[in-house]
Design a protein around this ligand. Structure first.
Ligand code: MEV
Length: 326
């Protein structure tokens, strides 16, 4: 095959943020905003990348130089992944990669993870290499660790498996909640307009954990318990309880000092206008918040907009990585 394309979805973390880095479970849903990667062999010893949606065009490197020198952030995951792939499956000729995104990398939907997974899927099928989802996960997760040094890989798992999953790092547990197809999860999503810096926030929590292991470990334990309860509440579609658990999770995240003024404001107004509960989604500081709202969902969305947030209409429980017709 000359050219292969694959696409992978973004994600929203529903429960268990930060604690998931320390071996506790989280619940994540895939969102149907996809990134597509197209790959073809180019007959030279050079790797070319065109990722206009990530602000990068006509990037190139010889195969021998992969992973060396300063890597632009937008290319780092793809380049490291390709380097790891070549270590395992040596090839003489380079490739041309182009990516296309349905969403901005701003929103915290996980553009790096989605692009890594889409690229890995396209790359392995270009060379006719069959991989299980777990093998694909290991390849992509290695690139995340190479580039960021930290991370639970929940976003990689959401991009690979799709749906809504109960996840324990690194893909030790990947349990689908509900069947595939559109989730009935009544979620309102608000973007703060602030880009979160995930590695910095993860390291900040790590520092707290090192200084006060008992206190912070206790918070992680409490998060673990409510994630387990949320799993049952989602499965039985008890939205009021799911909302209450979100608010409880948010309080624990506030104790970890990872929320922010804008997040708190959007969360507060959502609950005031009829949401059963709300919390930040992801590392905190900015990015998105999520709220559970049934009958009064439009009222909640209006309140988010009035408070200066941007309501994101996304389909949840999206399909995981898939090959596309090039
Ligand atoms: C960031 O989106 C979510 C964190 O739990 C980090 C991670 O799981 O890799 C804070």
């Amino acid at each position: 095959m000359n050219q292969v394309s694959a696409s992978a979805p973004g994600k929203l973390l529903l429960f268990g943020d930060h604690a998931v880095v320390y071996g506790h479970p989280c619940i994540v849903t895939a969102v149907d905003q996809r990134i597509t990667a197209t790959v073809r062999k180019n007959g030279t010893d050079v790797f070319f990348l065109d990722a206009p949606d990530m602000g990068l065009t006509a990037y190139s490197k010889t195969l021998a130089d992969l992973g060396k020198k300063e890597l632009p952030k937008s290319v780092a995951f793809i380049e490291m992944l390709y380097k790891r792939f070549l270590e395992k499956y040596p090839q003489q000729e380079g490739i041309v990669v182009t990516t296309k995104s349905q969403f901005s990398s701003q929103f915290g939907f996980g553009s790096s993870s989605a692009v890594s997974v889409a690229f890995a899927k396209a790359l392995t099928s270009l060379y006719g290499i069959e991989m299980t989802n777990h093998q694909l996960f290991d390849l992509c997760y290695q690139a995340v660790i190479d580039v960021q040094g930290v991370g639970s890989g929940f976003d990689i798992a959401a991009a690979i498996w799709g749906g809504t999953i109960y996840y324990v790092s690194p893909a030790k547990v990947v349990d689908q909640l509900g069947s595939t197809g559109e989730s009935p999860l009544p979620l309102a999503v608000g973007y703060t307009g602030i880009k979160a810096d995930t590695p910095t926030l993860v390291r900040m929590v790590q520092a707290q954990y090192q200084t006060e292991p008992e206190k912070i470990g206790g918070i992680f334990e409490q998060i673990h318990q409510l994630v387990d309860e949320a799993k049952s509440a989602i499965e039985s579609q008890d939205w009021q309880r799911v909302g209450e658990l979100m608010t409880a999770n948010q309080k624990l995240l506030q104790t970890l000092k990872v929320s922010g003024v804008k997040l708190d404001e959007l969360i507060r107004t959502s609950v005031q206008h009829g949401a059963f509960g709300a919390k930040l989604s992801g590392a905190g500081g900015g990015d998105c918040m999520v709220a559970i709202a049934t009958d009064r969902r439009s009222e909640v969305e209006e309140a988010i907009t009035t408070a200066g947030g941007q309501v994101m209409h996304v389909k949840l429980h999206a399909e995981g990585v898939r090959l596309e017709n090039a």
